[in-house]
Design a protein around this ligand. Structure first.
Ligand code: ASP
Length: 343
């Protein structure tokens, strides 16, 4: 590859960004990705070399599954040495899940992986796809002292670059579809691209990329709500083979103090299930022990998810369980920030 200009690999996975609207019928269909440069000739003006590759079968991201993550992470790992940065075009629906999963699957990442997509198809007159794609490529091509400036998995949407595993999709209609309530934007795009260096992930040492592909999916999410049925909760926690459950709790990590519920949690944890406390609020952190309604959870003990998103907690559980982290150290490792996913 040329060493004058950065080489960027675009990985097309599907989603609205890669669709065109048929002029007469208005129906959205996937466009021929090979023709990307024809749709966005502006890409040729960027000071980098762009190459592209597509998933074998591009998908609506609502169909995203573990085999697709293997394919995307595999494409990055197998092309890692040949490229300076990666831009993954992805549907917005599950983009935060994929960004979180990739952040754990790609250990020792020292090059940018920027996920982006759009709310309107690339061929639409008012599309947000062009800006998102062009700026994502620019972000992925940023260099300093001969090294990529950004060295982590990010998500770029509507003028903001975020740490991918801190994001959630917040809006189905606004161009500003994502937010990162517990971690500031890494960069913003206005008249100038402004990188907030103090927030960038800095790998401790330059080590070879390590791809992790074993992801355990015997995991559940239990969103607490007033009026929960004890039988349903009991059956869920006793599901055969279940390894871990994310409890989406109220406020700063609070749960009802009903004896039946605390007993169900205690029995689950005693039987070897991992329970993780993540708040169902969009922003802020779990503070176990602040209220009586969370102190009892600490005693069980339940894993403290602090300010992690549900998407990142899910990916982290899949990764740590896949790596067969010992029972003794599981809680401590989960409560440690591995890829900047929690404060
Ligand atoms: N359903 C689409 C997807 O996630 C929506 C989008 O692309 O934004 O693939």
């Amino acid at each position: 590859m040329s060493n004058q200009q950065p080489d960027i690999l675009l990985i097309y996975t599907g989603g609205t960004i890669g669709m065109v609207r048929e002029y007469r019928s208005g129906v959205l269909r996937a466009f021929n990705f090979e023709k990307l440069l024809d749709q966005i000739p502006e890409l040729q003006q960027l000071e980098c070399q762009i190459h592209s590759v597509s998933l074998q079968k591009p998908i609506d991201s609502s169909n995203m599954d573990i085999p697709h993550w293997h394919e995307i992470a595999g494409l990055i790992a197998s092309n890692y040495d040949a490229y300076d940065g990666f831009v993954v075009l992805h549907g917005s629906d599950t983009m935060s899940y994929t960004a979180s999963a990739l952040s754990f699957m790609l250990e020792n990442l020292s090059k940018p992986v920027v996920l982006t997509g759009s709310q309107l198809p690339i061929g639409d007159l008012r599309t947000d796809a062009k800006e998102n794609l062009i700026t994502s490529v620019q972000m992925a091509a940023l260099r300093e002292n001969g090294r990529p400036l950004i060295q982590e998995v990010c998500l770029y949407f509507e003028f903001k670059l975020y740490r991918g595993n801190r994001t959630s999709k917040m809006n189905t209609e606004h161009f500003e579809a994502f937010d990162s309530p517990n971690y500031p934007a890494l960069a913003t795009s206005g008249v100038h691209l402004k990188v907030h260096r103090e927030y960038l992930w800095k790998p401790a040492a330059l080590k070879p990329l390590k791809l992790h592909t074993r992801l355990e999916n015997r995991i559940g999410i239990l969103k607490l709500f007033p009026g929960m049925n004890p039988d349903w909760v009991g059956n869920l926690l006793r599901s055969p083979g279940l390894k871990a459950v994310i409890l989406e709790t109220f406020g700063a990590g609070n749960a009802p103090t009903s004896p039946w519920l605390l007993q169900a949690f205690k029995e689950a944890v005693d039987s070897g299930l991992y329970l993780v406390n993540v708040t169902q609020c969009r922003g802020g952190s779990v503070l176990m022990g602040r209220y009586e309604t969370s102190a009892s959870l600490s005693d069980i003990p339940i894993i403290d998810g602090r300010d992690i998103t549900t998407e990142a907690a899910l990916a982290k559980l899949m990764y740590l369980l896949g790596e067969e982290v010992s029972h003794k150290s599981f809680k401590t490792i989960f409560e440690t920030s591995l890829r900047g996913e929690m404060s």
